[in-house]
Design a protein around this ligand. Structure first.
Ligand SMILES: O=C(O)[C@H](O)[C@@H](O)[C@H](O)[C@H](O)COP(=O)(O)O
Length: 223
């Protein structure tokens, strides 16, 4: 794991966006299509605002969420909505979006097909993650039912997550998919999350799911 500190969040957003764009551009030299998995939450928006303008062959880029809340697209908790509004605009509007959930009666609807599509993209080219102060990442939450299965090396590519601490059911990429990405980035803000990450580094993934993806990751941090 290597840590990059930034003078402020604006500098971090510009630098991380340019780094992700550069990695996608390099990947596009060697592959017909590439993939970018991005988190939801409050952290990635400013990075999306810069990345969406990158001069890339976006029509060859698969964009997918690292996880999704099972809510309608119009709901402000939808990660697909965040990605549509902040990333899949400008030049990046041409990217191929792969949703993890579509409003359906049951979140398991289409999960197998979705898992097959994600498996076909593995290894992910570029991954950006966030982290909660409870040391979760994507929707791999400490203590959630099914966490051990989602951390297992032979886990399916995608699974349902029902963390007790969250208001809705989620769909998440599993640890082997996240950890297997060719380039991994974690973006966290503030002293609290910095301390939480340092603690997570001493814990097993069952207690600190972020620990399952720290090998070879670049951590980007600003106050
Ligand atoms: O859907 C989500 O909520 C994210 O994928 C999640 O894993 C997020 O990265 C963390 O909860 C951090 O969220 P903040 O960026 O809001 O701190």
């Amino acid at each position: 794991m290597n840590l990059r500190e930034y003078a402020d969040r604006d500098m971090l957003a510009i630098d991380v966006a340019n780094m992700l764009a550069g990695e996608l551009e390099t990947a596009l030299l060697h592959h017909d299509t590439v993939s970018l998995a991005v988190p939801g939450g409050t952290t990635p928006g400013p990075i999306f605002d810069v990345l969406c303008a990158a001069d890339l062959e976006w029509d060859r880029v698969h964009v997918l969420p690292t996880d999704e809340r099972c809510v309608p697209l119009g709901n402000d908790r939808s990660n697909a909505r965040l990605i549509a509004e902040r990333l899949l605009v400008n030049r990046a509007a041409k990217a191929r979006f792969l949703p993890l959930y579509e409003p359906a009666d049951d979140p398991t609807d289409g999960l197998t097909v979705r898992g097959e599509r994600i498996t076909a993209l593995r290894p992910l080219s570029v991954l950006m993650l966030g982290m909660g102060s409870d040391m979760h990442t994507a929707s791999l939450f400490p203590g959630m039912p099914g966490l051990a299965a989602a951390l297992d090396a032979h886990a399916p590519a995608v699974t349902i997550a029902q963390p007790e601490t969250q208001p809705e059911t989620r769909v998440t990429l599993t640890a082997p998919v996240l950890n297997g990405a060719l380039s991994k980035h974690l973006v966290i803000f503030g002293p609290d999350k910095r301390a939480v990450l340092e603690r997570a580094m001493t814990l097993p993934p069952e207690e600190a799911p972020i620990a399952a993806v720290l090998d070879g990751i670049t951590v980007h941090w600003a106050e």
